[in-house]
Design a protein around this ligand. Sequence first.
Ligand code: HEM
Length: 471
Amino acid sequence: MTRCPFHPAAHDQEGKLIPPRPKGRAKRASALVKLMFGRTNLFSALNDKLYRGWLGESNLLVHKAFLVNQPDLVRKVLVDEVMDYPKSPVMRRALEPLLGRSVFLTNGALWQRQRRMIDPAFVGGKVRQVFGVMRECADDMAARFEQAATGEPVEIDPEMTHVTADVIFRTLFSVPIAQQDAQQVFEAFGRYQRAAPFASLRSLLGLGSVKRNSAFDTAGKDIRALLLPFIERRQAEIEAGTAPDDLATGILTTADPETGHRFDAEEMLDQVAIFFLAGHETSATALTWALYLIAMDADVQARMRTEAREVLGDRPIEFADLRQLSFTRDVFREAMRLYPPVPFFVRRATKASVMRDRKIPVGSSVILAPWYLQRHERLWENPHRFDPDRWASENGKERARDAYIPFSIGARVCPGAAFALQEGVIILAELMRRFSFEPVAGHEPVPVMQVTLRAGNGVLLKLRKLDEETA
Ligand code: HEM
């Protein structure tokens, strides 16, 4: 992955943290060259003007693409006229070997039917049911961190990937990631992510086809082959009346209220693959950036620790604690504002329309960009500042309603949003009460667009066990 120029971390006049962000492109020509040749960091091809603009337009290579960055237009595409802006076929072709016809890729009536069968598994009460599993995973993570807490730099990203994969595996199949067959799935996902080809502007704009590579396709097929036995076993348990009450059982036993249809093994495989991919990669990204920001801001870290200790003491976390961990939640939300795990997503216009006096022809790509909307310089006060307290301000409350879309909005909103928020708060609170985090001098994480918004050079932090520190 090419490194792009970036603004390093700094402090503003009020001493508040401005974390690192990529510098947009300076010259059109160089962006075009990068666009045409090779795999480049998407950010280096975009323009910093987008932090202030309402509608970006690109006419590269006859294909029209529009970056929609104005709250009412974002609503038009994602909420009011959602069926006129389906998912782009380019993304579907790239992801099909792993995801088949998963809810993430489908459109129209098939997608609507899939959502009717999946959504019941994610309603409030169901998310509450998985609280205990999330707590177990957070405890196991803390035990691993105890081994790593030597004061030496630790790679945070793989740790967060491990714990979130554990959460999704245990909630789906009641199996810990440490079990050998689950471990194999986890490793195959690692290979898949490393081989992912869609990090360029060309793929975002939907220009031509996304070039798949054989490592990517093979890893996708391997994952499916490894997941299938879990599903078949579960179907047998459901028939025998011995199935555990988890996410997989919930989805496999839910009939579409309109047609009575239930997922067969192949259809379920498509859905399980996306739950695993969307459900751990995104959460891991969000938590990794959150820990980096917390490590960089000693005041925020101290306040989180006080909150965790006051609310939890040294007993296990309970569901009722979540409401009281409000500062922890605000830090997590702020991390997803500055570093949204899905910074861009694309739709295809199937109906001609006009936005800000510009014609949007049928076939254009319409790009939604949490990265730019959530840092919009005309909408947010101090948009590039890390400020978890903003959510209590008038500006923060207003923007939370119209310019904060880390989980998207509308009918295609992420079904796992409540799940991810619950998981994030549990993990952060558990870490804050037991460990301290410090940045590593000279190591600056640089955001790059991979499957999600990762730090291209990783996030390295030093961690210490608090008991030892205070002893
Ligand atoms: C911090 C964590 C997460 C973030 C930031 C996130 C973000 C998103 C976003 C932005 C989308 C919309 C993408 C698009 O329309 O192109 C999405 C869709 C989706 N997410 Fe999440 N997600 C997270 C966690 C999860 C979890 C935990 C699950 C499941 C367990 C999940 C399952 C899905 C599925 C199935 C879709 C497709 C929905 C559809 O197209 O109808 N996500 N997510």
